[in-house]
Design a protein around this ligand. Structure first.
Ligand SMILES: [Zn+2]
Length: 570
């Protein structure tokens, strides 16, 4: 048994807001949480933790060290391990980004240690560096935000190669030929069975929608701009794709929500179509990702202005919706997305190199390196919009911290974003240093709100775990996975969250003082919803007609995953 005792605990899922608790761990799970057994102030009697057989009477585990069985966390902040709801860390497009950007690797190298392997990369780090980097920040679960079904096998190979984290994969479906044909033919039950089959076949975790219909139209040199535009060759609309997949998500009882990257990402004026997308859901639950990139005011073709206010209002008015921000961090980034036409546009805007990809009958994508500069009026407005969303969305349970790594900035910049949210003076100082034109008329100086440690625990773990339907993550109650981050109390919140005192994964100390002390392999989390096996005959024909790979070779077999956990559907 391991005890983390006397810590100041932030566990919003269980309503614990800085109270001192002892947390007891056995076999990788939390088995007991109680007020301190040995109170920080001497005197008085403290009841033994529930579920322990009079532990005070059997003290051999007391007085151990953190390497042993007792971790004295007096004066330290204890939180569940971080849960990232949207990041691009593994798979074909991430690997394309690595190959495409040798300059990203040349100057950023991590040497081998007694506990860790070597690696390289800054915005697109290698698998080992990614796992270590997240763990060293106190994160223990990360969701890969997009994989094309056809290349899911590659994604799982990289998942197997990424240490320290439990991970799941969102599977792109917003431009899938089979689904669009079903919608065109009014066969949504067939689409539902296909989605269930596809998630099981790819060992995926959730439905991902990227620029619905727009990626297909890009194959014809076009895009979509409105929810009711037509997808060439299918006669369906982005609205139909979104609403059908949201219906399917509910029908299958998937643990997460349909994860939506809407239309017009990056385009001035897209705040309007984002609000329309929220309204189009008609109360169905959904998650809208990296909403900063989708909250732009102004007119198409003109310069970007903030559209955070109307978007935040729509989010506040629609409790069925959660969002993550995709906060811009000044510095190097690599944009990578299934949104093919967006990447072409970015290439044209920046003049930076561009990689385009097409995944037969399923989706497409691209990669473009990026640098966000304080002095650049567009980048500065993007930075402002992200912070405005964080501060204008009232309910922290529905707005989550991401940088859409590596699109708006690398994940290891999260502590800087936390400082921006918690420290208004730091925000003011940063604001003074950005492009003057971007500052004009900005809402930010009026927004006094500062996030508390409790709020941070929600937007980085409790809320994300809840939105993902991960019942054993994001909290420290009995039965939770023993993924725990222990931080020193520092005034500088960036320093505090950049270097945890300790991180435990599955009940083992894996990070001490911000450095890996033990390599640990996490699990792949996936869903396996039931479906009508009658669909397989149709699919076999579809594969023979349309695919370069045979139906039998397509699914990722369970044996392919060395450590996995099936998350149940409702
Ligand atoms: Zn993304």
């Amino acid at each position: 048994m391991i005890g983390i005792i006397n810590g100041e605990v932030y566990d919003p899922q269980n309503g614990i807001n800085g109270q001192v608790r002892d947390i007891w761990i056995e076999d990788g799970k939390i088995v007991s949480v109680s007020p301190p057994l040995i109170p920080p102030k001497v005197g008085g009697e403290t009841p033994a933790p529930a579920g322990l057989s009079n532990p005070a009477a059997s003290p051999p585990w007391l007085g151990g060290t953190e390497g042993g069985q007792i971790i004295d966390a007096a004066g330290l902040v204890v939180m569940p391990g971080g849960v990232d709801i949207h990041s691009h860390i593994v798979g074909a497009k991430v690997n394309a980004g690595r190959k495409f950007r040798p300059e990203d690797h040349r100057d950023h190298v991590r040497s081998r240690t007694a506990f860790t392997r070597s690696g390289s990369g800054y915005t697109v780090p290698s698998t080992f560096m990614t796992g270590y980097g997240y763990a060293e920040m106190g994160y223990t679960t990360v969701m890969e935000a997009a994989t094309a079904p056809l290349v899911a096998r590659h994604t799982h190979e990289e998942l197997e190669d990424t240490p320290m984290l439990d991970m799941g994969v969102f599977v792109t479906m917003g431009n899938n030929h089979f689904i669009m044909k079903c919608i065109r033919d009014g066969q949504r039950e067939k689409a539902r069975d296909y989605v269930a089959w596809l998630l099981g076949a790819t060992k995926g975790y959730a439905i991902k929608i990227v620029n619905p219909g727009g990626v297909e139209n890009w194959k014809w040199g076009r895009n979509v701009g409105e929810l009711d535009d037509e997808v060439i060759g299918f006669g369906v609309t982005p609205r139909q794709i979104v609403t059908t997949l949201a219906w399917i998500n509910d029908e299958l009882g998937l643990p997460h929500l349909p994860h939506i990257h809407g239309i017009n990402l990056g385009q001035p004026g897209n705040a309007r179509t984002t609000v329309e997308t929220i309204e189009a859901l008609e109360g169905r639950r959904a998650h809208l990702c990296h909403l900063q990139f989708l909250s732009y005011g102004g007119e198409p073709g003109k310069s970007i202005r903030s559209g955070a206010e109307p978007v935040a209002r729509a989010v506040n008015q629609h409790p069925n919706v959660t969002i993550d921000v995709g906060q811009v961090v000044f510095g190097e980034a690599t944009t990578m997305t299934s949104d093919g036409p967006l990447q072409y546009r970015l290439h044209k805007l920046t003049g930076n190199k561009w990689l385009n990809d097409d995944v037969e009958g399923e989706t497409g994508g691209g990669v473009v390196p990026m640098q966000y500069k304080r002095n650049n009026p567009v980048n500065a407005v993007q930075w402002l919009i992200g912070l405005e969303l964080f501060l204008l969305v009232d309910d922290p349970w529905r707005v989550f911290l991401t940088t859409d790594h590596p699109n708006a900035g690398p994940f290891f910049c999260y502590p800087q974003v936390i400082k921006l949210l918690m420290d208004r003076d730091y925000r003011t100082e940063m604001f003074a240093g950005i492009n003057r034109r971007a500052r004009r008329g900005s809402l930010l100086p009026e927004l006094d709100r500062e996030y508390s440690l409790y709020d941070i625990a929600i937007v980085t773990r409790a809320g994300t775990a809840r939105a993902l339907g991960l019942q054993n993550k994001g909290h420290l109650g009995v039965g939770a996975d023993a993924d725990v981050a222990v931080y020193r109390q520092l005034d500088n919140k960036e320093a505090m969250f950049a270097k945890p005192y300790l991180v435990l994964k599955d009940g083992q100390v894996v990070v001490r003082d911000g450095h890996i002390v033990r390599e640990h392999q996490g699990r792949t989390l996936y869903v396996a919803p039931p479906y009508d096996p009658g669909i397989e005959a149709d699919l076999r024909a579809h594969f023979e007609e349309c695919y370069t790979i045979s139906f039998d070779n397509y699914p990722v077999a369970p044996e392919y995953l060395s450590r996995s956990e099936v998350i149940p559907c409702a």
